[in-house]
Design a protein around this ligand. Structure first.
Ligand code: CA
Ligand code: CA
Length: 247
């Protein structure tokens, strides 16, 4: 009986132990199940966040695409307009140049003054005196847009005529930019020794003196007179000074 009692006790302990084990296993299963549910929820949340981010990213890409297309269209339109204006400018400039050439031919054939408005006729040519001041290079380029060139003086009569209409220093179409001391007109013709009107000084250096005391680069562009004096002779001057100019 003792043995049976003992065995019963063992069985009871075993049963009790089995119950405890079952409860433990049950708890473990429940924890794992909760863990799986938690992970599943977390995965869903992450997927939703990812999907939302993806939607925003796609939306951003669409907006960027639309902006890119709009900017491209605008730039293309501006480029086209710029090209059109440029072509129009060249056409008008050529027309202006041809008209001036016709006027010049008529002047030669008839002896009448047939220059454009604001241009002055003399000796079969038309002259223009600017109202604005520019440096020499700007003046040279601007004259071309007017259908002419910086004035080239070929005779004493032309020198007298050109200087008779100016009251302050003006640029003329003469420079030694390429080779110091080698003066050439804007049509690449050198200055004739018999037709030059440089300022002469008896007791000092005559013009052109390529004066470097004020501007170390010297003086490579010719003008009628200087800012503070007479205008009926040529002087070399610093090319970046701003002066009126003759066409
Ligand atoms: Ca010079
Ligand atoms: Ca000088």
């Amino acid at each position: 009986m003792d043995s049976l009692y003992e065995n019963s006790s063992f069985i009871l302990r075993t049963v009790a132990s089995g119950e405890k084990c079952s409860r433990y296993k049950g708890n473990t299963v429940m924890q794992e199940s909760e863990k799986e549910v938690y992970l599943s929820k977390r995965t869903k949340v992450l997927l939703i966040v990812f999907a939302v981010c993806l939607v925003f990213a796609l939306g951003g890409l669409c907006i960027l695409g639309i902006l890119y297309v709009r900017v491209s269209v605008l730039l293309s339109a501006k480029k086209t307009n710029g090209t059109n204006y440029k072509e129009e400018f060249y056409v008008l400039r050529n027309q202006h140049k041809k008209t001036l050439e016709k006027l010049s031919r008529l002047n030669h054939s008839t002896g009448c003054a047939l220059c454009a408005v604001h241009w002055i006729h003399s000796g079969g040519k038309c002259y223009y005196y600017s109202t604005v001041r520019m440096n020499w290079t700007q003046s040279r380029d601007h004259c071309v847009t007017l259908g002419g060139h910086l004035v080239i003086i070929n005779s004493k009569a032309e020198q007298d005529f050109v200087t008779s209409n100016v009251e302050e220093t003006h640029w003329i179409g003469l420079n030694d930019l390429d080779t110091e001391g080698h003066w050439v007109w804007v049509n690449n013709q050198p200055v004739s020794n018999s037709v030059e009107f440089w300022k002469k000084r008896e007791n000092d250096i005559s013009e052109p003196d390529n004066w470097t005391k004020v501007h170390p680069d010297g003086e490579d562009c010719a003008s009628l007179g200087h800012p503070k004096g007479e205008t009926d002779f040529w002087m070399d001057a610093y090319c970046f000074e701003e002066k009126k100019f003759c066409v």
